[in-house]
Design a protein around this ligand. Sequence first.
Ligand code: BES
Ligand code: MN
Ligand code: MN
Length: 460
Amino acid sequence: MAALDTVLAKIDANLNSALGRLFKLVEIPSVSTDPAYAGDCAKAAEWLAAELRSIGCEASLRPTNGHPMIVGQAKAGRPDVPRVLFYGHYDVQPPDPLDLWETPPFQPRIVEAETGKRIVGRGVADDKGQLMTFIEACRAFKETGGLPCHITFFLEGEEESGSPSLPAFLAENAAELKADMALVCDTGMWDRETPAITIMLRGLVLEEVVIHAASRDLHSGIFGGAAVNPIHVLAKIIAGLHDEKGRVALPGFYNGVSELPEEIAEQWRELRFRGSDFLGGVGLSVPAGEQGRDILEMVWSRPTCDVNGILGGYTGKGSKTVLPAQASAKFSFRLVGSQDPDKIAETFRAFVTERLPADCRAEFTSHGASGALQLPFSSEALSLARRALQAEWGKEPVLAGCGGSIPVVGAFKDDLGMDTLMIGFGLEDDRMHSPNEKYELTSFHKGIRSWARVLNALAL
Ligand code: BES
Ligand code: MN
Ligand code: MN
């Protein structure tokens, strides 16, 4: 194995060609949720498998009922080094609304901003640019002598649509995927100078409700006043989901949610998080969640209930005097601590059902349920990774929470018995899932260098 400096120099020399490779991947519109892009998802998977083979890895596509998984194996030069499993996802969120993009979403380009160069395109931050930081680090090792760890690559194409094929795939391929630990590059930095290792993820329960009332849409002049309006029923139920203090009103919702240990609360206060900048950056000023809590606490360690979409009645141009036969809404709950996802889905359904007036009926669909995750605050791997990141960025990494969810990390723990190191280089203003998604060139470049240092450290 070559000295780390040689590998880092190789990474610097490869940066332009690495960007070219990332652009090729971003050009493939692998939107997992929309069946119209299934061919592109397959194409992205093929492209990545070829990419892994080009760095000497044995890689293959594994068909699922949805989009293919990619599994690759690469051996280190020495036998007696750790085996790590690297996970990333090649699927992306839909690019809509298209008219808000300043440049086409699947024609990546470098844009000069005040803070430096950035890469713009759908998926550059979530998760194509991030997963390529890891693959490019491996390429540099391969080109200078060999990998420091045995690596299993595991790339998914359904993360953005709830990973429907993942549980069965993990169960069926456990022996092949099991490693000493997992590495995931799908999270962010603390700020543009300070790296982070994420040790908490919120869980996620996704529920859809359709409320049915009359047997057909009605004339609101003929029936208005006499017939129940399912939009009103739904609105009232939604309004009842939070109390006046911003707490979620489902019975037992906070079971399993504990107050932050004082030691962690203190660490978080020391981070001097600027809540006003956080909200100000998206045109807001007043925190709207649970009263009396810090904003960082709200997004890292408190649970939520949100309506993500609502539909019913006439929403076209002009007006229509109609009483709709049905109304529907999509809900998401972010979970923390040991809140039980199945229990919460059940309580939610009971809450809705109990509030239905005569002649109304609710139909429920689950779009997934996974619990929150808490990784250990100290471990050998964590210390090694902290030192490696400190060496690259010149700053001690923050042990961070994350408001988002990455269900696979819980499955690695529960089904494969592995802890995960979550290291990523995204920034708060990367506009993940939004128009004009970007990834800083420094995130990409120093992200690759960071992985080289982390892999090197884990092998020592
Ligand atoms: N990369 C994100 C998770 C994430 C969110 C990391 C925010 C850092 C900050 C991941 O791709 C994602 O979007 N997860 C979804 C869940 C999924 C089931 C759609 C989420 O958190 O909403
Ligand atoms: Mn992601
Ligand atoms: Mn995402």
